[in-house]
Design a protein around this ligand. Structure first.
Ligand code: ZN
Ligand code: FE
Ligand code: FE
Length: 169
């Protein structure tokens, strides 16, 4: 719930949600990297963690462009995505099947972000926040690339998980 009564207020509110999402994701991506068995998956999470740290800096710049500061706000949306993902695999040993759970959780998080930044950019275009939009488009491109990377890795890792499952059966 929020108190945004105008489009500019809503823009800042959603920017705060994005800021908290990225903050939660820095923690989550570090953990996901350390729980991945496949080295390419670990590298994908570590690489996107570095990008996420950069995204927080870009968001600081967007807040500054609007003469605003990030307000403390808990993003229940991304928290729910991350809770679902960790609940599914927290007590599993490293395995290809667990990697598949991590990919699904990672992709859900990326899609949440893609929707959030897409909405922000559409609002910002209406509000003529050209410079802010340009910065947000840079973040959006990273989220889309991260999702594609995970989708690509899933091909090999799903096959590994299938083989692993047959060996156990
Ligand atoms: Zn809200
Ligand atoms: Fe992000
Ligand atoms: Fe992301």
């Amino acid at each position: 719930m929020h108190e945004s009564k105008t489009l500019p207020e809503l823009f800042v509110h959603e920017l705060c949600d994005a800021y908290d999402s990225e903050t939660q994701l820095t923690k989550a991506l570090r953990k996901m990297a350390s729980t991945a068995q496949n080295p390419d998956l670990e590298a994908a999470f570590t690489g996107h963690l570095e990008e996420t740290v950069g995204q927080l800096k870009v968001l600081d710049e967007v807040f500054a462009l609007l003469d605003q500061k990030p307000k403390a706000k808990h993003s229940d949306g991304i928290a729910g995505v991350l809770k679902e993902e960790s609940g599914d695999q927290d007590d599993m040993p490293k395995s290809a099947v667990r990697d598949v759970v991590l990919i699904g959780g990672g992709r859900r998080a990326e899609h949440y972000e893609i929707a959030a930044y897409g909405s922000l950019i559409a609002m910002g275009e209406e509000l003529d926040y050209a410079e802010a939009c340009q910065k947000l488009r840079g973040i959006l491109a990273q989220e889309e690339a991260a999702d594609k990377k995970l989708a690509g890795l899933a091909k090999k890792i799903n096959a590994d998980a299938h083989k692993e499952s047959m060996a156990k059966a």
